[in-house]
Design a binder for this molecule. Sequence first.
Ligand code: GLU
Length: 511
Amino acid sequence: MDRRVRVRFAPSPTGPLHIGGVRTALYNYLFAHKHGGDFLIRIEDTDQTRYVPGAEEYIIESLKWLGIVASEGIGFGDGPHAPYRQSERKPMYKQYAMQLIEAGHAYYAFDTAEELEGMRERLKASNVDAKYDAITRGTMKNSLTLPEDEVKRRLEAGDAYVVRFKLPRKEEVKFSDEIRGWVSFNTNQLDDKVLFKSDGMPTYHLANVVDDYLMQITHVIRGEEWLPSAPLHVLLYRAFGWEEVMPKFAHLPLLLKPEGNGKLSKRDGDRLGFPVFPMNWIDPTSGELSSGYKQAGYLPEAVVNLLALLGWNPGTSQELFTLDELVQAFSLDRVSKSGAKFDQNKAKWFNQQYVRKLSDEALAPFLQSALVENGINSHFKDAFVLKTCSLIKEKISFTKEVWEYSKYFFIAPTSYDEGVIKKRWTDKIPTLLNDLVQGFDSLNDFTHLSIEAAYNEALNKNEVLGKDFLQLFRVILSGVAGGPPLFEIAELIGKAETIKRIQNALEKLPN
Ligand code: GLU
């Protein structure tokens, strides 16, 4: 019988969540929804030495910002398998380590750090790959080599120990990866991994497998960096006798840097000017800031869309997808095996598309807060702000650019694009500007159509061509050389302000 699809995102709270991790969470979400299953969040914090305060909250907040909502687990309300934080599940794991020891699949090892180091040195000297494995375990201090009563005595005395997995010697471990097809590893490439420590804490491998089993996970969808751990996990399922319910594995391709090879890193982002984290993160120790998509002015829908297409394709030329459309279109068999190159121009393009789709009402709060930040006393009516948004929307790629592109709607220019002035200012201009003032002043209805008519009339009278003046007029009204339709700008700022700006230019600019 087919089991209900259950997948999980299982981050370790060791720092901010890289966008590669966000993509893993997203693919899990898409897969779960596509199959009408469950998506849960589990926090894997068994390695306390790597614990970073604030990281867990950061991860959850990032997922919430992006709308990657879980059906159970940390941050999203507990479900039937609580707790979902491994440190809180600590008492559950020991019995599983003991089960493996009893079945002969694991053993106690008492070696000290010096003894382990000594083994490594010895083997290195004889040019052998230095690892604790089927060959070397026979020379070390463990429950396979020590007499039974000594093992018992050490355990009773509370000696420190670890439980290691007893890896079968030279065995081919094969499993079918949903993305890569058949993957095989020989156990002689692996070592007897530590599963459990005498402080009662499991390691990642044991906790991960036990929890996936207990939480009835059907598919493990995770980053490629976990592929080397997969054979051990497969062997653990076998050793526990859980093969029947072993999840299917899907190892996602890496996110690669824009140029050259290698994994996309924070350094690439810093160097090329794009974030590699969903939100700003301040390292609690160094105080160093890692910039995030949210604060860089990206919309969550755009980030979701661009990440979805980094490593997966719909098989059509469609590029813009809502989260629901992604759910419909998603399948693991369209995830590529090879790494996906991050393209910052494409990322910007995606955001632009979503900014353009925003309603004026949705863009307005970004402008409102920029007005407050820039100390603009808000006598501007909501309708004015909304209309400004509608005019500049096409021009911006990021919500944070809203102020830069709209400031002249609120403040008269104090400086003018010099290139345009130099090129376009002629002796005829002052008279033309005075005629414009008069023409505009006489308009009862100050609309872009009446403005344009009065403008053309003044141009004709002064025998100036539109192509020689329009850009100069734009600079006079806004200070800058580009922007939305000019007569609409004039209509919005109004008759008095338009005339005032022309008069300012007459005073300040060459006569
Ligand atoms: N805790 C692991 C991580 O930080 C999870 C790997 C897995 O999904 O199995 O990515």
